[in-house]
Design a protein around this ligand. Structure first.
Ligand SMILES: [Ca+2]
Ligand SMILES: [Ca+2]
Length: 118
């Protein structure tokens, strides 16, 4: 069974917060396992400072999500990225899940972070 999530990604509002390192990968964990990594990218210039990026992904249904990992592909000239949070929205149930980060993803800090559902 698959599940469609509306994924909203909030990049921070601070110097050099934006990145062109695409795709950004997420992997959602629930009671029934994990979705596997899904790449987020669109025709827009994604993940810029203070920008909100919206995506839709269809993945394996893992039940109620409690954690996700986010990983930068660490490409481009300025890969460092400051992520505020990621939200998952299930349009079929109206349920929203928030995953705060408020930290950097970069080759200098962590290329992957594990975020718990708020
Ligand atoms: Ca960008
Ligand atoms: Ca893009």
């Amino acid at each position: 069974m698959s599940k469609t999530w509306k994924v909203t990604v909030y990049t921070g509002d601070r110097d050099n917060a934006g990145t062109d390192a695409v795709p950004i990968f997420i992997n959602v964990f629930g009671k029934k396992g994990s979705t596997g990594e899904v790449g987020l990218d669109s025709i827009e210039d994604n993940f810029e400072r203070n920008k909100v990026d919206r995506f839709e992904v269809s993945v394996k249904d893992v039940g109620q999500p409690h954690r996700l990992t986010v990983r930068t592909s660490n490409t481009g000239t300025s890969p460092n990225w400051f992520l505020n949070k990621i939200k998952l929205f299930d349009a079929s149930t109206g349920e929203m899940y928030k995953f705060p980060c408020y930290d950097w993803l970069s080759e200098d800090t962590e290329q992957m972070r594990s975020l718990s559902c708020e």
